[in-house]
Design a binder for this molecule. Sequence first.
Ligand code: GLU
Length: 590
Amino acid sequence: MGRLRVAAALVSSFLVLIGVAAAAVAPSGPPTSTGTGGAAASVETLATQAAIDALKRGGNAVDAAVTAAGVLGVAEPFSCGIGGGGFMVIHRASDGKVTTIDGRETAPAAMTPASFMWDNGKAPAFTTARYSGMSVGVPGTPATWGEALEKYGTFSLAQALAPGIALARNGFVVDQVFHDQIAANQQAFRDLPSSAALYLKPDSTALDVGTVFRNPDLASTYERIAHLGLKGFYRGAVADAIVNTVQTPPVTTTATPGWWHPGVMTMRDLHDYVAPERAPTHVSYHGADVYSMGPPSSGGSTVGEALNILEPYNLGALPRDQALHYYLEASRYAYADRNQYLADPDYVNVPLKGLLSKDYAATRRSLIKETAATSPVGWGDPWPYNGGGGSASVKVSTSEAEPGQTTHLSVVDRNGNAVSYTFTIEQIGGAGMVVPGFGFLLNNELTDFNFDSTGTANQVEGGKRPRSSMSPTIVLKDGKPFLVLGSPGGATIITTVLQMLVNRLDFGMTLPDALAAPRASQRNSSSTQAEPAFINTWGTTLGARGHTFSSTSEIGAATGIEFLGGGKVVAAAEPVRRGGGSALVESPSP
Ligand code: GLU
């Protein structure tokens, strides 16, 4: 990731255009760039560069984001792509509007709360559920791109997809991360000739590092969408092939026993898909306005609730260990509410207003002591702060979605338009099924439901969107964009975004430092997940307050952009996590 995979055997005019030399291997990154004009940050140099090129061609931030997303769908096919979904938050400079596009995958209409319970009335283990037709949600990514361009962009789909098409046709060199992500799916890919043909060598092992990888099928699929619009995906041959793949996973006779349970998606499900525009979540925090993604994501409401809980502490003025203690406790209580209340708002009455009210936050704050609470802590009752109604009677969801991998793209243009876009196919490699003839992997997003139980807000239902943690965020100050940020990382996305905001807004770190700082993630669990560097620095002092930690090598892989004032911007990506990302500005400062 962040690595520049250069030089296909045939160097396209696109590659020449973006300055990629034929046989050279340029360094990945850079993780930070400062300058003027627009800016972009992603995990992948090719995608970040494609965004900058789109801006230079006169595109706005939305055009550049969709262009870069198309490239990511080619170069990062195990983390995102047209077979998946995601959420885009947009700030439009001309009128200051902040809006979101909900491109979350939907469950096929025929699904029920018991759809995954095919194992003697019980749901199978996660991996078996994942590698099935049942886990595949109706993809939302193409609709997100179409909707974003139509309403807020100036490029056609054909213009935005052109760099992705060129890259898929001409190819790029397989690097270690790409190789490892194939290897992680080797068993599943062996089961499907369509997946094996694209990602495995004839001996059924992962493509070697250094191989030129091309995906002409995906290039043709993008071209179909470019020429026909969204009906090139949601109708006709592509839709037909998706339905066949889901209903009858095209596996070999020697495929892994138990995997590849058929799903129930139909052409109607694809025809009916829409990526609705929804209002963002909003909280004020120390004079800034924080906008993020509302339900069906739990991101914006949980980040917002935690910020509301934290606001009166003035964390920046406290000893750092005490401030971090409050950060962890606020996250713990916000998470208890998230697990209880958050789900698709078209199916469940979500008390969003209550969860985001300052007065409700005060009730949660009153529970915070100077030592760590014992999790799981209970959820609160936001309904009185929501204008009444509702009840907390649904079963709390106890299962937490397995951390998958996703990608976050931050783009701004010189006029102050901004896009914060997190998108995914859920696990690395999604459901493991490449749609035969079309070159893209299908998601396993429906395992983000509480698929193994019924009666929770986030239970499986036909047409419903599974609860997400994605938290693409835009922060305004005085009505002007100030920060754009987000991260992958499943349920840790929420704490990563919260921690970066606290680092930047309260602790006064620069944006690159706020991204790079060691992370800890408290999600109403008995011990807090944290990176080794966090535990090394804070384990003892926070331990004295009753916190315990479980070590994990990396949490998240964020990108962000900050407007520094006077027309200057800094773009930031990870310097180290996941191999580092790539952040560029349109006109770098010398
Ligand atoms: N499926 C996850 C979510 O929507 C994103 C994938 C991941 O990073 O785990 O929250």
